[in-house]
Design a protein. Structure first.
Length: 366
């Protein structure tokens, strides 16, 4: 079952790592592997959420999501979006950005270096909002209770996460951005650029969150109608078997899942800029990670159960918070790609081990 479900992910992994070695040697293999782990780590909770919703859909719409959806996820968000980021920030056409990345790496690197403050500010703010909204929400399950309990109490203040993000952006614009790196080792005052890009990241987060909330409300409305139909069936003596949503309800659910996947894709794509500016390695690593997320979703649906490692979601969001800070710091200072990648791996590993210990304790108590 496991091998059958993940066979395509394994195949894409082998091809992606081999392509990385052929493209830029063994160093590239390490970067591709780190990006793959980063994408899987940040999108694990996405797979769990997808599986929980996908199991309610009819077989036809499940197939649509797992075929058309993966095309959108891999080729849309993981391949096209990095090109768009570089093209917009460097004021190039998408084709020019791709052509430059493949034919003139030195010039492409110069443009990316000059555009890095805006990329880092946009991505740092987007990731920071995801992290802050997570830690300020009062959750039944807490990983680091000593930290998460007081943060949940502070989260009762309206718009606190937005206020904190704007304060961080303002501080970054008058500190790091005042001596941002240009290519050739020179410096430039990019405070205005960082402010505008950071505000763009905040707006993007709010738009994506608003769309997700809209589709979630439509989904809840359809579920309420389904529940009322089941109650009516019980009162009339008809069979009350679970109904697999199809038609309009399933279509809205499909759109909701795509918006969710897009929001999680921002994490991986933007976080990848903290590890490498090479668009080819970025596409290879994130593409491999996306395939594993797809396979994990399929596995959870076919097994009919969700993963019980409850702290992994916490670890992923702490990794997002760390990446947001790293991105803002890299506006002025260079941080090793290895250190950046390992931060996420360590946090995910710690949350996984805590989940294992929790499960053992629960079994012992039972």
């Amino acid at each position: 079952m496991l091998l059958k479900t993940f066979r395509w992910a394994f195949a894409v992994t082998a091809l992606g790592l081999a392509a990385g070695v052929l493209y830029d040697g063994w160093t590239a293999l390490g970067i591709v592997a780190i990006l793959s782990v980063l994408e899987i780590s940040l999108s694990f909770d996405n797979a769990v959420i997808n599986a929980g919703i996908l199991k309610k859909m009819s077989a036809f719409w499940q197939k649509i999501f797992l075929t058309v959806g993966i095309v959108i996820a891999v080729f849309g968000m993981r391949l096209v979006f990095p090109v768009v980021i570089v093209a917009v920030s460097a004021r190039l056409s998408p084709w020019s950005a791709v052509h430059l990345a493949l034919t003139d790496k030195d010039r492409y690197q110069e443009l990316v270096t000059d555009a890095h403050p805006s990329i880092a500010a946009f991505g740092g703010m987007f990731l920071m909002m995801i992290f802050l909204d997570f830690v300020f929400e009062d959750r039944e399950i807490k990983w680091l209770g000593w930290l998460e309990r007081p943060l949940a109490k502070l989260g009762r203040v309206d718009m606190l996460s937005v206020c904190i993000a704007l304060i961080v952006l303002l501080v970054s614009s008058v500190t790091f951005a005042a001596h941002a790196h240009q290519h050739g080792g020179t410096h430039a005052d990019k405070a205005e650029t960082v402010l505008l890009a950071g505000i763009g990241g905040l707006i993007t987060y709010m738009v994506v969150g608003g769309l997700s909330g809209f589709f979630e409300q439509r989904l809840e409305h359809e579920e309420e109608r389904e529940h009322e139909a089941e109650q009516e069936a019980e009162r009339s003596g008809r069979a009350g078997s679970p109904v697999k949503l199809a038609g309009k309800a399933a279509f809205f659910m499909f759109l909701y899942l795509e918006v969710l996947d897009a929001s999680f894709s921002f994490d991986g794509v933007i976080g990848a800029f903290a590890i490498t500016n090479d668009i080819v390695l970025m596409a290879l690593g994130l593409g491999i990670g996306a395939m594993y997320v797809r396979s994990l979703t399929v596995y959870l649906v076919r097994q009919g159960t969700l993963d019980d490692y409850v702290y992994l979601e916490h670890g992923a969001h702490y990794a997002i918070g760390a990446l947001s800070v790293i991105l803002l710091v890299t506006i002025q200072y260079q941080i090793s790609e290895i250190i950046t990648g390992l931060v996420g791996v360590v946090l995910i590993g710690a949350s996984f081990w805590s989940s294992v210990r929790r499960n053992r304790a629960l079994r012992t108590a039972a």
